[in-house]
Design a protein around this ligand. Structure first.
Ligand code: NAP
Length: 288
């Protein structure tokens, strides 16, 4: 579809943003659909966020993704927030409404998607890390029916703040927080182990948040999920596979959170397989 005077604008805001994979998957889907839209990356520094959003309001931007460092800062600039965005306290998808911009967080749907083939009710999840992505993971574990969600972090203060932030949520009752030193007692009880730390990504590709001897403590039936999508597989997932455990990497979460966002903007089903394929091809090309 050629870009013309009637082409509608979608995009992603962040800083830095040049590395974003979102334009690759969204434009592939838009092309497949023959939709008269284009999705571009907008570099938006922290101090110009409000100006940028006012600019989007004044011009024809139909909707946009939000990434680091704006996921929380965008919240006061929105007229409406979904329950999920309120629960997580962060927004990654914004769209126009008659009252102004509305925001949600599609990371929860993205995280949950590859786990839906299994019944997790009454099970135990172990979440490594307590940052932004861990919040979506905890909310997702709640949706999947986990009875216990154990979050491991390295800062006692941040863990306490994390626990406190769920105080008004029904998830509070199932949530416990722990230090990394507690892993020997936590690992043998976990049905799902999720890495939400950046350990093992890019420059730390030779590292893993769990060593082989720690993975030996895991249940034979445990599933190991790494939110990182490059490299594929991460060292953690390679070790887990060697140990005979089922693994899930972060690519499907990336694809599915994007697909939910595009459905919101276009109000129609989107070609998820095309989005996945575009990302896989792009990542393989970059790895050469
Ligand atoms: P974040 O908010 O910075 O949180 C990172 C967490 O990891 C924090 O709890 C941090 O601990 C912990 N951490 C960092 N380095 C550590 C280390 N060396 N040892 C122990 N803990 C460490 O980042 P985020 O936004 O949650 O993203 C985390 C990861 O998830 C990234 O790799 C990101 O690419 C990935 N992600 C993937 C998707 C997807 O769609 N697949 C979506 C979102 C995020 P402190 O709080 O103590 O610093």
């Amino acid at each position: 579809m050629p870009i013309t005077g009637s082409t509608q604008l979608l995009g992603v805001i962040g800083d830095p943003i040049a590395h974003s994979l979102s334009p690759v998957m969204h434009n592939a889907a838009l092309a497949e659909l023959g939709a008269d839209y284009v999705y571009v990356a907008f570099p938006v520094a922290v101090d110009v966020l409000e100006t940028a959003i006012a600019g989007f309001t004044a011009t024809g931007v139909q909707g946009f993704s939000v990434t680091i460092p704006h996921k929380q800062a965008i919240v006061p600039l929105l007229a409406e927030l979904t329950t999920e965005a309120q629960m997580i306290g962060a927004v990654n998808t914004v769209w126009r409404t008659e009252r102004g911009w509305a925001g949600t967080n599609t990371d929860v749907a993205g995280f949950v998607a590859p786990l839906k083939r299994q019944d997790w009710s009454g099970k135990t999840a172990l979440v490594l890390g307590n940052g932004g992505a861990a919040r979506a993971v905890v909310a997702g574990c709640g949706q999947l029916g986990f009875a216990v969600v154990q979050v491991v972090g390295r800062s006692i203060q941040k863990l306490a703040d994390f626990k406190k932030s769920w105080v008004d949520s029904p998830l509070q009752a199932s949530l416990t927080t722990h230090s990394w030193a507690d892993l020997p007692t936590l690992l043998p009880t976990a049905d799902l182990i999720v890495n939400t730390t950046p350990i093992g990504m890019h420059t730390t590709a030779d590292q893993t948040p769990l060593a082989a001897d720690q993975l030996d403590l895991a249940l034979d039936t445990a599933v190991v999920y790494d939110l990182i999508y490059t490299p594929r597989p991460t060292r953690l997932l390679a070790l887990a596979a060697q140990r005979g455990l089922d693994t899930v990497d972060g690519l499907e979460m990336l694809v599915q959170q994007g697909a939910v966002a595009l459905e919101i903007w276009l109000q129609r089903p989107v070609p998820v397989a095309t989005m996945r394929q575009a990302l896989v091809e792009w990542l393989e090309k970059k790895a050469v």
